[in-house]
Design a protein around this ligand. Structure first.
Ligand code: ADP
Ligand code: MG
Length: 260
């Protein structure tokens, strides 16, 4: 394994990454992802070194095609890297088998997507219960926890509604409840406000802000600066690499410490 200049020998670096991963929930080193497209190889990520601490609130920005969704999919264990390392809560994700990957994903990660990705014919309650089905919870516990999650996003009175009986903002709140119902360590959101008008986007961002205040780690992709400004740290990707990684202007005192 080759390392870029400035890093230690590969053996030393491997030992230190493992140590680092005991302290920091998300650690990546030289993370790469290639997609084979016929004869062509698309280099979607070209060596990403990243650490994200517990309870951080991070926005990922960058032009279309810069690798934001690819990075989120790797962090979220939906996919594995072509090379490099990713440690999530002390586990080397690149070494996991498909079933272990699904398990860690279900336990550690909640996803929110731009297009909500709800089951169209299922009620809000049923949509939110779904991750608990995979987690093996019994029926009563599922209903109770799904109802609690919906109440926490102020949809206690909409549990029996199907997605097409809900507004865009309500649909996204169902998706947030679904993402949180397993109490994941990390909430990942890929353009969560991309399909919403600005008033509804603000409503969704206040849900995120409250979640962060209550201790949730959040990583969110956006290309809108006012949305990114909710985060304490902005990582900008360009051509599959980190172009910048900055604390946002003193939204809270902790933000000022991020880069020091
Ligand atoms: P972003 O989310 O920043 O717009 P993506 O991570 O979706 O960027 O894509 C990064 C690059 O990888 C782009 O060139 C894109 O076309 C390519 N890409 C993404 N997903 C795939 C895939 N499944 N197969 C082939 N190429 C892909
Ligand atoms: Mg994308």
């Amino acid at each position: 394994m080759t390392r870029t200049a400035g890093q230690q020998s590969s053996a030393g670096a491997a030992a230190s990454i493992e140590e680092r991963a005991r302290e920091v929930p998300i650690v990546t080193r030289e993370l790469r992802k290639d997609y084979e497209m016929g004869a062509e190889t698309v280099r979607a990520l070209r060596g990403v070194d990243l650490e994200i601490e517990e309870n951080e609130y991070v926005a990922v920005m960058g032009p279309s095609g810069s690798g934001k969704s690819t990075l989120m999919n790797l962090i979220g264990c939906l996919d594995t890297p072509t090379s490099g390392e990713y440690w999530l809560d002390g586990q080397a994700v690149q070494d996991l088998e498909e079933d272990e990957l699904a398990e860690i994903r279900n336990r550690e990660i909640g996803f929110v997507f731009q297009t909500f990705n709800l089951l169209p014919r299922a009620s809000a309650l049923h949509n939110v219960e779904l991750p608990l089905v995979y987690a093996g919870a019994d029926r009563e516990e599922r209903r109770e926890r799904a109802a609690d999650a919906l109440e926490s996003v102020e949809l206690g009175d909409r549990m029996d509604h199907a997605p097409n009986q809900l507004s865009g903002g309500q649909r996204q709140r169902v998706a947030i409840a679904r993402a949180l119902v397993n109490r994941p360590a990390i909430l990942l959101a890929d353009e969560p406000t991309g399909n919403l008008d600005s008033r509804t986007a603000a409503e969704i961002m206040s849900v995120f802000d409250e979640l962060h205040a209550s201790g949730q780690t959040i990583i969110m992709v956006t290309h809108e600066h006012p949305i990114a400004a909710h985060a304490a740290r902005i990582i900008t990707l360009r051509d599959g690499m980190i172009e910048s990684d900055d604390a946002t202007v003193a939204a809270d005192p902790v933000a000022e410490m991020v880069d020091s």
